[in-house]
Design a protein around this ligand. Structure first.
Ligand code: NAD
Length: 493
């Protein structure tokens, strides 16, 4: 069975304890690999290597850092098939999605920050003395210096996509990195580690330590040499990381859960691949609903409620569910037995709370699955209506293939419903009325609002959540600023 090792100081090594965690293939329910179960001892070795490497990497010319990251992005592109197969097997997502989205986006993340670092400019303030007797004219310029060793902690839903989204800006900015991928899906980060050696990243610049959150992750957050923590994952863990990092005065960015509204007004374009109905179905069920940006609450104007309800149910029923390794599969397995049980529990709770299950609502029976997948974690795409917006199912993130429907009478009620959860990550609005789109976009508590589209991502834009969905922004210059310290230099004229 394949053993996933840590990358520390440029070498692939076992965890100090030699302990291993089984890695299960969600489509079959069987372990197919084992990953290093690292702890504080491994984080200590990685921190030593990263601190040593920082002395040189932080002053390596940006053009050279850029070349290293570009070589890595080219290797990701060259290995797209191997990486896509590994991602699909490790996470249960359809291979078509891994090929079209996850792996190309991982390469794009590396390329984006590799080239972005060549185009940054400092800030400059020309001071006239401020009009006070003690003032004097001066020039101020702001230097940006890498902050040191960055801890990058990522989740299982978009494994390589989100891992590279964190490490690329950190490395481009001149930080060295200790990455901690999810223990549930460690495979592609481990393959990336091998490619990083091939790309010639100097030893210690990128370290990848596998292991559970409470062991490897918590040790990373606690380590005094790690000055900067970027975390994507659940709100529950994010809250603990925020507290711990706050105590130690570390800089922290938290990208957390969501309960995103998808609002359909009566004047929307409904039909076609980019119309409201197909887009809402994609937003609900892509990656089996395991994307933080999924539209899990479909808010529909009462006059078009029946039409949209019929459309979303039809789409949910038409999805080709099957072996994620089959290129024709559109909907694969949930990531783990525990997650399947959680999703199932939420649907039961919805039924107990008075919701009507319009389709799905249960595990896929083994007879409907290919032989290989009969022990896998498959749950049918599920549409629910009739829930009270204040019930726990409507308030808490499910993170599975479950969408609930609510009707609204007017714009004001739509905005009220949209803002009625503790989260504030993303929202989508479908309308042909431009003024209304602007008004509603401005009123919704969300870090990202899409109008007449979903999941369109320009990597230059600020990305992140409000309320319980997080603190801080990733993407573009926001990310490069996060990993650097501003130092103002004031020169008297
Ligand atoms: P999780 O919080 O359980 O784990 C995320 C990562 O944190 C994993 O690597 C895990 O090992 C690690 N971890 C767990 N406990 C830790 C601790 N005490 N200290 C340090 N690290 C620890 O989340 P998950 O189940 O892997 O991912 C699903 C969640 O991620 C969902 O809530 C989803 O909304 C969220 N998510 C958010 C975004 C975003 O951009 N806002 C993107 C993707 C996923």
């Amino acid at each position: 069975m394949h053993t996933i090792l840590n990358l520390i100081d440029g070498r692939m090594v076992h965890a100090a304890s030699c302990k291993l965690i089984p890695v299960v293939e969600p489509a079959t329910g069987h372990p197919y690999a084992q990953a290093s179960a690292s702890d504080a001892a491994d984080i200590e070795s990685a921190a030593k290597a990263a601190t040593r490497a920082f002395a040189r990497w932080s002053v390596t010319p940006a053009a050279e850092r850029s070349r290293c990251l570009l070589r890595l992005s080219e290797l990701v592109d060259a290995n797209i098939e191997r990486l896509a197969e590994a991602e699909s097997r490790d996470s249960g997502k359809p291979i078509s999605l891994a090929r079209a989205v996850d792996i190309p986006r991982a390469a794009a993340n590396l390329r984006f920050f590799a080239t972005g670092i060549l185009h940054t400019a400092g800030e400059f303030h020309d001071f006239d003395g401020g009009g006070v007797p003690s003032g004097m004219p001066a020039l101020n310029f702001t230097l940006r210096r890498p902050r040191g060793v960055a801890g990058c902690i990522s989740p299982w839903n978009l494994p390589l996509y989100l891992f590279t989204w964190k490490i690329a800006p950190a490395l481009a900015a001149g930080c060295t990195v200790i990455g901690k991928p999810s223990e549930v899906t460690p495979m592609t980060a481990s393959l990336l580690g091998e490619l990083a050696i091939e790309a010639g990243l100097p030893p210690g610049v990128l370290n990848i330590v596998h292991g559970t959150g409470p062991d490897a992750g918590a040790a990373l957050v606690h380590h005094p040499e790690v000055t900067t923590i970027t975390f994507t994952g659940s709100t529950h863990v994010g809250r603990w990381i925020g507290k711990t990092a706050g105590d130690m005065l570390k800089r922290v960015s938290l990208e957390l859960g969501g309960k995103n509204p998808f609002i359909v007004f009566d004047d929307a374009d409904f039909d076609g691949p980019h119309g409201a109905i197909e887009t809402a179905a994609r937003a609900a069920f892509s990656n089996q609903g395991q994307i933080c940006l999924c539209g899990s609450r479909l808010l529909i104007h009462e006059s078009v409620y029946d039409r949209v309800r019929e459309g979303i149910v039809r789409h949910a029923r038409s999805l080709r569910i099957g072996d994620p390794a089959d290129p024709a599969t559109q909907f694969g397995a949930l990531v783990s037995e525990a997650h399947l049980a959680k999703v199932e529990g939420c649907v039961r709770e919805a039924a107990r709370s008075g919701g009507t299950i319009l389709c799905g609502g249960e595990r896929i029976a083994p007879v409907h699955l290919p032989d290989r997948c009969r022990g896998g974690y498959f749950f049918a795409p599920t549409v629910i209506e009739g829930l009270n917006p204040t019930c726990s199912v409507e308030q808490e993130e499910i993170f599975g293939p479950v969408v609930s429907l609510q009707r609204f009478q007017d714009e004001q009620e739509a905005v009220h419903l949209a803002n009625s959860t503790p989260y504030g990550l993303a929202a989508t609005i479908f309308t042909r009325d431009g003024s209304r789109a602007h008004r509603v976009a401005a009123s919704i508590d969300a870090g990202i609002v899409w109008v007449n589209c979903w999941m369109v991502r320009d990597l230059r834009t600020p990305f992140g959540g409000m309320k319980q969905s997080g603190i801080g922004r990733e993407g573009g210059v926001e990310a490069l600023k996060f990993f650097t310290e501003a130092k103002n230099v004031c020169v008297r004229i």
